[in-house]
Design a protein around this ligand. Structure first.
Ligand code: NAD
Length: 330
């Protein structure tokens, strides 16, 4: 990544107080970008001012909601880049409150693109999509040609959000790229519950001396990316012409079962315990079984590959929450 690329460029991050958005902001501030963070800071989502405490005086912070088209128009009109990360991320919540998920993950995405079309069609946009939209894998590893059959409302709406970005590129030439993220973890993630990923609450449980619960047999396979690697992919996607109009999986070759992950987390922490428990019914119906992704397209188009091994990433995450946990537990 050429550190000068973002120097003095105007960058808007929607969901900028969230887990990935705040890490991205830190990198961009370090590269001399003029960074605006917009976030609704709704308590049930991942936004947390503790995530930006160290860069608070070097960014513009705008507390607003992506569902407000007027606020978004004002924010978008003079930016060079938009990292579009604001989202409702809980799969279970999307099933109990589908219309809020629709408003945030689909309708608001359309109004962001409408604002771009009318006011700033040259803005470079990177959209954070998700591997969730593939649903239950029909083969592994899952590549971008895999059928898209979401198993929950969140997957359907993220797919709509992604497709709006691709369509606005094709029809109106708005330069957008979509990354389908897999499970991302690291400092700053929501750990008070499993709304972001189960690994968040596992970090809290292991650090507060409580037992980790692994659903089912614990044999489900997953791949994980450390947040710094995801931030690198987002930055590369914003700077490579080859990425415009494209969809790319992120992923990792380090595939692990959930029970092995629980054991690894306990080992890296130096204490803790885990147990197998039956799947809660509301999770079982939307579980996708085994998943790991094929990410060679991101390597080809972005020159990206993950660099932080799982063991090291877990160590860094644990270290962060050991110091800063109090700002994240409740
Ligand atoms: N973390 C992962 O494992 C993962 C995996 C796949 C996709 N993603 C996607 O990446 C993006 C960022 O995820 P994250 O892990 O940083 O989650 P996060 O919840 O920490 O960040 C999302 C941010 O969006 C904000 N937000 C939510 N609704 C908003 C609204 N209506 N208006 C303004 N801001 C709002 C939240 O306050 C939060 O700060 C999301 O779009 C998510 O779907 C994340």
């Amino acid at each position: 990544m050429n550190a000068h690329h973002f120097s003095n460029r105007k960058v808007l991050i929607s969901g900028g107080c969230g887990f990935i958005g705040s890490m991205l902001a830190r990198r961009l501030v370090g590269m001399g970008a003029q960074v605006t963070l917009m976030d609704s800071l709704i308590p049930t989502y991942g936004g947390n001012l503790a995530n930006i405490a160290d860069i608070r005086d070097r960014v513009w912070l705008n507390i607003s909601d992506v569902r407000d088209p007027h606020a978004m128009s004002q924010l978008i009109r003079d930016q060079d880049y938009l990292f579009n990360l604001a989202g409702q991320t809980s799969h279970v919540d999307s099933m109990t409150d589908p219309f809020t998920d629709l408003e945030i993950n689909a309708t608001a995405q359309l109004s962001i693109l409408e604002a771009a079309r009318k006011l700033n069609p040259r803005i470079r946009i990177v959209f954070a999509s998700t591997r969730q939209l593939y649903g239950k894998p029909q083969y592994l590893p899952v590549d971008e040609r895999h059928p898209v059959v979401p198993v929950d409302i969140n997957g359907i709406h993220k797919l709509a959000g992604e497709n709006y970005h691709l369509l606005y590129h094709k029809v109106y030439g708005i330069p957008s790229s979509c990354l389908r993220l897999t499970n991302t973890y690291g400092p700053g993630m929501r750990v008070k519950d499993a709304r972001q990923t189960f690994l968040g609450i596992w970090l809290k449980l292991v650090l507060t001396g409580q037992r980790i619960q692994v659903f089912g047999e614990g044999t489900q396979l997953r791949d994980f990316n450390y947040v710094d690697d995801v931030v690198e992919a987002l930055l590369l996607a914003a700077t490579r012409d080859a990425a415009i109009g494209e969809v790319m999986n992120l992923g990792s070759d380090e595939v692990i079962s959930l029970k092995d992950l629980a054991a690894l987390l306990v080992e890296v922490n130096g204490s803790g315990s885990w147990e197998l428990v039956p799947f809660p019914p509301e999770r079982k119906v939307i579980d996708i079984g085994d998943y790991y992704g094929e990410w060679s397209r991101a390597r080809e188009l972005l020159g990206w590959s993950p660099t932080v091994p799982l063991r090291e990433g877990l160590r860094r995450a644990l270290e962060y929450y050991r110091v800063h946990g109090a700002a994240y537990w409740e």
